[in-house]
Design a protein around this ligand. Sequence first.
Ligand SMILES: *Cc1c(COP(=O)(O)O)cnc(C)c1O
Length: 359
Amino acid sequence: MAFSPIYAPPRMDPALPPLRVNLYSDTQTKPSPGMKAAMMAADVGDEQHGDDPAIHELCDRMAALLGKEAAMFLPSGTMCNQIAILTHCRAGDEILAHELSHIIANEGGGPGALTGAVVLGLKGERGQFNSETIRAALREPRRNAPPQTLLEVEQTANSGGGSVWPLDKLNAVMDTAHEAGMRTHMDGARLMNAVVASGVPAHEMVAKCDSVWLDFTKGLGAPLGAVLCGSGSFIDEAWRWKQRLGGSLRQAGICAAACTYALEHNIDRLAEDHANARILARGLAQVPGLIVEEPETNLVFFDTRGAGVTADELAERIRRDGVQVSTVGKYRVRACTHLDVDRAGVELAIQVIREKISR
Ligand SMILES: *Cc1c(COP(=O)(O)O)cnc(C)c1O
């Protein structure tokens, strides 16, 4: 019987030449030898029973880093978002988030399927919105209106080009939500990219978030893991959902040790990824026909329409020369820098893309 995949994986087809530069996603980073050594050396226990020392160390560090009372280790960022929503909201509630947000587009309809909540998509440039947009979306508290209980923001905003919410704009939307009686949640998949790019300390950036998480599998290079933070009572409640959803673990300290290693070794170096993204953007902007969005962090989005190729056509041509990007629209390409792509790789990618477009 024919198997019809609903997810088309990146072209890792063995018939294609080996990858030379993988700009597909920062999720494609591989654990380094140092990270693997830290995993091997981890002191572990039974996480579900609360006695895995490596998990405790990671959670303590994360709570301190983000200035929150408590933290919880989870397998993925998606699970952090879904558990936060389950904890903050009830069936019938309405969540406000950007219309391009990950919770709307990339989590299998999780808020509706699991919590029974509806997400109202807000409009705004580069994956962000302002207090006025929130105020316009607020409903009169009537019996026939859904209770609006949660505001969600992404830092950095993925589909917004990896944009960084400026601190005053972020604080303003959080204040507006709190004034309206809502709670606030930050999808901080790439929070440390925002911290490194802006110079604003992490605890300051998330001070007004009732819950926030960081992904260790993006630019931080760990094989799995994300940490959700909030008040003690929020994390207590969230633990119930972790248990119910099968997210509570055993000797997971092996993975937590990789995350702790990433906190120590892979945060400051995100600046290199940002510098490489700027070099990539500058190089691509010189290719006739390409329109390149100015990157703020490690994500470079560009439009191929003017070059007379679709995003998929370009991706396929350059893949034959060992360069992988992702396509996120008919003419929209995303190239992502990370710890397994160096300056030479970026230069090579520019050269290959230029050749494949001008042939
Ligand atoms: C990757 C990502 C997630 C989901 O994280 P996973 O660890 O892949 O489940 C959520 N939000 C944003 C903005 C992301 O980029």
